[in-house]
Design a binder for this molecule. Structure first.
Ligand SMILES: *[C@@H]1O[C@H](CO)[C@@H](O)[C@H](O)[C@H]1NC(C)=O
Ligand SMILES: *[C@@H]1O[C@H](CO)[C@@H](O)[C@H](O)[C@H]1NC(C)=O
Ligand SMILES: *[C@@H]1O[C@H](CO)[C@@H](O)[C@H](O)[C@H]1NC(C)=O
Length: 514
């Protein structure tokens, strides 16, 4: 409009001596008018669409949240279930990477995935590697002086101190969900004991001090002088721990477990063996003890026994980078597991190891549903022969969704509710609050997803329905009747913490199923 009037003024009235020019400017002005009008119409259309779609997104979140909460409420926790969890505990310092590293250090010229860390330069290189992929990782620092320095610098930062290790975090989650009988296999000092619910029974030696683990956290998009940047929020863990890598609690824990007779035995924390110096035989001999114990106590012949009387074994994966250790675990522990829990990075890691015998170190942090489900099917198939049919449950937690696969008639209950609870717990953990505010949530799962990309299964397309947010269906894998449930995560938009999320989520998935 302003241009239009300006054009008019530029052509004074009465000046008709140059009609061609006048004509031209008229034509020009009508073109400009037309363009402006169409821009206006387009803008209005977008605006209307924005107003229209704005409400449904909020409503969709609200409906999804309420439906998930209802599914969670309707399933009952078997509070009398007996659960044993090993191995280990430590004192976690949650420290912002900004304070410990990014503000104080120059980025290294190359990023590299060292298996263990001997000096400062290796630390920066390995941190840069995982930071730049937004992948969680854990490393042993093979240098007491360096580790001491890192702890001292951390103590000048804004840190949170808490009990750490997969086992204590899972134990805490289970007791919060109402489980009354929990046996935790871990060594710890009386000081660390105070961080844990007094109803958890500790089985392990008492120590004078606790091993400190530094959980170096970074938010999505965190940037290190424009050379490295994090595609998603995550943490990098370092420690110099001499107790946990050799499963110091093992003897006492195993002895007590034979009396305790758990319904469920959860194995986690074995990744702390990685990078621990000394010969591999020492570590392997500890895994052999676990193997021996399982074979003596929790291996059943298939005659007559009903599922209820057997102890189920759950193995919690971690981000392994040492092929030798994971190979030992696959050989000594995995043949006896009923259930596996892992995140989207650990899934291709285990898949690669089971099928090719080597590791993928980093992978897509936002995998599509179909891809995750296909990898779960492949792992189920491989594990089905590996465990002679014992495997009956796989839970994969990702940032965007939870997927749980269970075998029919295997005794795992409430798969849909377990997926819903895991999804809610994921939000609760990262937002740091039990109450969920839909205003702090976002759905990043696709509006619809296909159930597979392979030709082995019939491809189904599932539309997201906010009133029935957990999608479940049956299929046949490796000759077994399988149920699969997928629940969307209401992704927390004001992230408070990422560390320990996997343990909370895995435990939340298990608690309704036992
Ligand atoms: C251990 O770390 C200290 C402090 O960063 C360093 O001075 C020393 O050279 C390191 N030792 C080795 C063997 O790399
Ligand atoms: C793992 O082994 C497979 C098959 O031998 C090979 O194709 C692949 O490149 C290897 N991957 C890594 C990360 O070494
Ligand atoms: C996750 O577990 C830790 C350890 O028990 C706990 O401090 C934290 O609050 C948990 N998160 C949620 C959301 O429950």
């Amino acid at each position: 409009m302003t241009c239009e009037s300006k054009l008019e003024k530029d052509t004074p009235p009465g000046k008709t001596s140059r009609p061609e020019l006048d004509d031209q400017s008229k034509r020009l002005s009508s073109t400009v008018l037309a363009i402006l009008l169409s821009i206006l119409v387009l803008a209005a259309a977008y605006y209307i669409q924005y107003i229209r779609s704005y409400k449904p997104i909020e409503k969709r979140l609200e409906d999804t949240l309420n439906s998930l909460l209802k599914i969670e409420r309707d399933a009952q926790v078997n509070v009398d279930a007996k659960i044993a969890i090993g191995y280990g505990a430590c004192l976690d310092y949650i420290v912002p990477s900004r304070c410990l590293i990014l503000n104080k250090r120059n980025p290294p010229t190359k990023a590299y995935h060292h298996v263990s860390v001997d000096d400062d330069n290796e630390l920066l290189e390995v941190f840069a590697y995982y930071f730049n992929h937004g992948a969680a990782a854990e490393r042993y620092i093979n240098n007491k002086t360096l580790f001491g320095e890192l702890v001292s610098i951390s103590e000048t930062c804004d840190i949170t101190r808490t009990v750490g290790g997969n086992a204590p975090i899972m134990a805490s989650r289970l007791i919060k969900e109402g489980i009354k009988n929990i046996l935790l296999g871990a060594q710890m000092s009386p000081k660390l004991r105070k961080y844990l619910d007094s109803d958890i029974t500790i089985a392990g030696p008492q120590t004078e001090t606790d091993d400190v683990h530094l959980l170096i956290e970074y938010p999505t998009g965190e940037n290190w002088l424009d050379i490295y940047s994090a595609p998603r929020a995550n943490r990098f863990i370092v420690h110099n721990d001499d107790n946990n890598p050799l499963l110091k609690s093992l003897e006492i824990f195993h002895r007590q477990m034979t009396v305790f007779k758990p319904d469920l035995f959860i194995i986690g924390g074995l990744q702390m063996m990685e990078g621990y110096p000394g010969n591999g035989e020492k570590k392997r001999s500890r895994l052999e003890k676990v193997n021996q114990f399982i074979k003596e106590n929790f291996v059943y012949d298939n005659h007559g026994d009903d599922h209820g009387k057997k102890t189920k074994i759950h193995f919690e994966m971690a981000s392994y980078s040492d092929e030798a250790i994971l190979r030992d675990i696959i050989e000594l522990i995995l043949p006896y597991v009923d259930s596996l829990g892992m995140n989207e990075q650990e899934l291709p890691n285990l898949y690669q190891m089971l099928t090719y015998g080597n590791l993928t170190l980093v992978s897509d942090p936002y995998p599509r549903v179909a891809m995750v489900l296909d990898q779960m099917r492949d792992i189920y198939e491989a594990m089905n022969s590996y465990t002679s049919g014992r495997i009956s449950r796989i839970h994969v937690h990702t940032l965007a969704f939870q997927a749980i696969l269970t075998q029919a008639n295997s005794g795992w209950k409430h798969t849909a509710a377990a997926a819903a609870k895991a999804a809610l717990t994921s939000h609760r953990h990262t937002c740091g609050s039990h109450e969920i505010d839909a205003a702090k949530a976002r759905l990043i799962m696709d509006e619809s997803f296909s159930t597979t990309r392979s030709s082995k299964q019939k491809i189904k397309r599932i539309l997201f329905n906010s009133n029935v947010p957990v999608a479940c269906w049956s299929e046949t894998i490796a000759g077994q009747q399988i149920q699969i449930c997928v629940a969307p995560v209401l992704v927390c938009t004001s992230v408070l913490q990422t560390g320990g999320g996997g343990d909370n989520v895995s435990a939340a998935g298990l608690v309704l199923q036992i």
